[in-house]
Design a protein. Structure first.
Length: 240
């Protein structure tokens, strides 16, 4: 009488394989938000350091210029806080050694530290909030505008730099810090969400660098919205 052969079962069935794959996908889905948040926290730390460095640059400039902060006026005389004039751009690059400090790390490598438009100035990845006499005129006339410091001796809590959480009711939206980083559609301005304010789109907060040299993270619940551009038409509110 022949002995029966017993064979060991080594292979997975299709059902078992699908179960294993499902478990792996579930684990990844559970870990991914935590990984993205950790990455965002690291980029947020870099962002705060860049703003602190930029504040040091403009305060050093003020020490050499009778307390006057660098102007926020563009090359063509206009004012919009996401732009700076060439003299301020050159000053920051000279003092820091690169263009990196001109933008939040969430915007690299696209769009990068900003772009130049001849005769107008440089669009950067932050708001430069000092040196805006025109904005101060608007602040005195109507609500919704902020006070822009002109001299280093003004109130220590006045903002000098802020994250670029900006939108235009009829044009574009951009968020520097969402839960997983910047929110945009592959270009500098998020035209896919035109007319949506930054908070609704997903901004979770904003850095602000102040005249006293400090840089603070402001959760979205504490942020306020301010107008930041002087144009013939349109509005350009940002939050910090």
């Amino acid at each position: 009488m022949r002995a029966r052969r017993t064979t060991s079962r080594c292979a997975f069935t299709v059902v078992e394989l699908l179960v294993v794959i499902s478990i792996i996908i579930l684990i990844i889905a559970m870990l991914l938000p935590a990984i993205n948040l950790a990455r965002e926290n690291a980029r947020r730390s870099i962002c705060a350091n860049r703003l602190r460095q930029n504040t040091t640059v403009v305060l050093d400039y003020a020490n050499d210029h009778d307390g006057h902060l660098p102007t926020g006026v563009r090359d063509n005389g206009g004012e919009h806080c996401i732009w700076i004039g060439t003299p301020l751009r050159d000053l920051i690059v000279e003092r820091t050694g690169s263009m990196d400090g001109l933008t939040c790390p969430n915007f690299e490598p696209n769009p990068g530290p900003g772009y130049y438009r001849a005769g107008i100035g440089w669009v950067i990845g932050y708001n430069y909030l000092a040196g805006h006499p025109g904005i101060n005129d608007r602040n005195a006339e109507s609500p919704g505008w902020f006070r822009s410091p002109m001299r280093a001796s003004e109130g220590p809590d006045l903002p000098v730099w802020g994250d670029l959480n900006a939108w235009s009711p009829d044009g574009w939206t951009i968020v520097s810090h969402g839960r997983s980083g910047a929110i945009r559609n592959g270009s500098y301005f998020n035209t896919a969400f035109a007319g949506v304010d930054a908070e609704t789109l997903g901004a979770i907060g904003s850095h602000t660098a102040r005249l006293d040299g400090s840089t603070a993270w402001n959760p979205i619940e504490t942020c306020e919205t301010y107008e930041t551009g002087i144009w013939a038409i349109g509005a350009y509110p940002c939050l910090w």
